[in-house]
Ligand binder design. Structure first.
Ligand SMILES: [Zn+2]
Length: 386
């Protein structure tokens, strides 16, 4: 096991959550530090706050990965007279590198919005606002007949579903030939002798960004010393990706019930909602952080409800007029769930790449908003006391 460099961590993140997926206005990716620097100890947080940077430096971390980028717009100076300058100087003094995984992580498959959608119990999850399309590759491998089922079943996890069908593969009979050369350690056959083996051509669709993982799995299970496989780029219709998600709850529930569920699932102190509390909802749109701008997308997708944070008064009035419910669970609670998810992703990916590093969650950041709850009879014209 090796200690990763900052550049290795960037590569690992980029493979799964490509930085190229980020929105144009965003400034995600490598923010501060040297690519060749060690990343032996890594902290993950939502925000690059002074207390988080201080905690990372005191814990002797070399790298802090946050969701929100510290540098958003171009800087003309780095001085202690601006908030960003102060934080950059603080991180530099502590030799702390910074990486942000922001809208690339919001958009990518298995990123923040998929995590949020799954956390509240959605199924059949699709992007809410399409911003691009992922490419597919046809992976073809030649397997001796008696090993077909084990290779096929092991590759199932990488096979791209076709609509509502998963584990989609195809196989056909054929004969493979090969002649082991000096130095080979053939699973079948002898050095210098031409072999003909009954093989199966096994094929499946794989997302381009998952191809290397699929090949690693293939190599780990294929019996041959040198498995023969091909990767064909395809011109098929590609898979959409984008901001937010829309999916369905297994059972329809009341808006109030779902608001309660989200309160607990996200560990919020309070959630606000817009709409009739007893109104039934099943198709749900979500956008972590600040997603009220996706209101029209949610309506177009036929969602009964949009869950997000940072909802303003006029967004609420617009939603009432459009007949769609809103749940505001807060920017912090809908995004802080990324810390646990990124740590788990790094833990798995580092091991797969033969790296070892110490991974920590920042525990010094809190929601900047504190909620004071009124007793039901004290509220002014809320739906509960009318
Ligand atoms: Zn955010």
């Amino acid at each position: 096991m090796n200690t990763p460099k900052i550049s290795d961590i960037l590569g690992i993140i980029n493979k799964k959550f490509p930085f190229s997926l980020a929105e144009n206005w965003d400034n995600t990716g490598f923010q501060l530090g040297s690519p060749s620097g060690s990343a032996q100890k890594i902290m993950v947080a939502l925000d690059p706050l002074p207390e988080v940077i201080e905690q990372a430096i005191s814990a002797q971390c070399q790298l802090l990965i946050t969701h929100h980028p510290l540098i958003f717009s171009p800087l003309r100076q780095i001085t202690a007279t601006t908030a960003t300058g102060k934080l950059l100087l603080q991180a530099t003094a502590g030799r702390l590198a910074l990486i942000s995984m922001h809208t690339n992580y919001d958009i990518a498959a298995e990123g923040l919005n998929d995590i949020l959608a799954t956390r509240i119990g959605l199924h059949d999850i699709q992007p809410l606002r399409i911003s691009g399309h992922a490419e597919l590759v046809k992976l073809v491998v030649f397997v001796p007949k008696e090993h077909l089922s084990v290779v096929r079943e092991t590759l199932f996890e990488h096979a791209e579903p076709l609509g509502n069908y998963c584990n989609c593969t195809f196989s056909a009979d054929g004969n493979g030939t090969f002649q082991p050369l000096k130095g080979a350690q053939p699973a079948i056959g002898e050095i210098g002798k031409l072999e003909t083996v009954e093989e199966q051509r096994l094929e499946l669709l794989v997302r381009k960004e998952r191809l290397s993982k699929a090949i690693r799995t293939l190599l780990s299970v294929h019996p041959y010393e040198e498995p023969a496989f091909d990767c064909y780029p395809l011109l098929n219709e590609t898979i959409p990706y984008g901001l937010g998600r829309v999916g369905r709850l297994a059972e329809p529930v009341s808006l109030k019930h779902l608001a309660d569920r989200i309160l607990h699932k996200l560990g919020c102190t309070a959630v606000r909602f817009v709409g009739n509390p007893s109104h039934t909802v099943q198709k749900v749109a979500v956008c972590s952080g600040s997603g009220a701008s996706l209101l029209q997308d949610a309506v177009r997708a036929g969602a009964d409800l949009l869950l997000t944070g940072d909802i303003k008064y006029h967004d609420a009035r617009e939603a009432e007029m459009l007949g769609i419910a809103l749940i505001d669970a807060g920017h912090f609670p809908t995004e802080r769930i990324m810390v646990e998810a990124v740590l788990s992703f790094l833990d798995t990916s580092l091991a797969q790449n033969n790296f070892t590093a110490e991974l920590l969650a920042a525990d010094t950041e809190t929601d900047p908003f504190t909620t004071v709850m009124a007793q039901p009879h004290e509220g002014i014209n809320t739906k509960e006391n009318q």
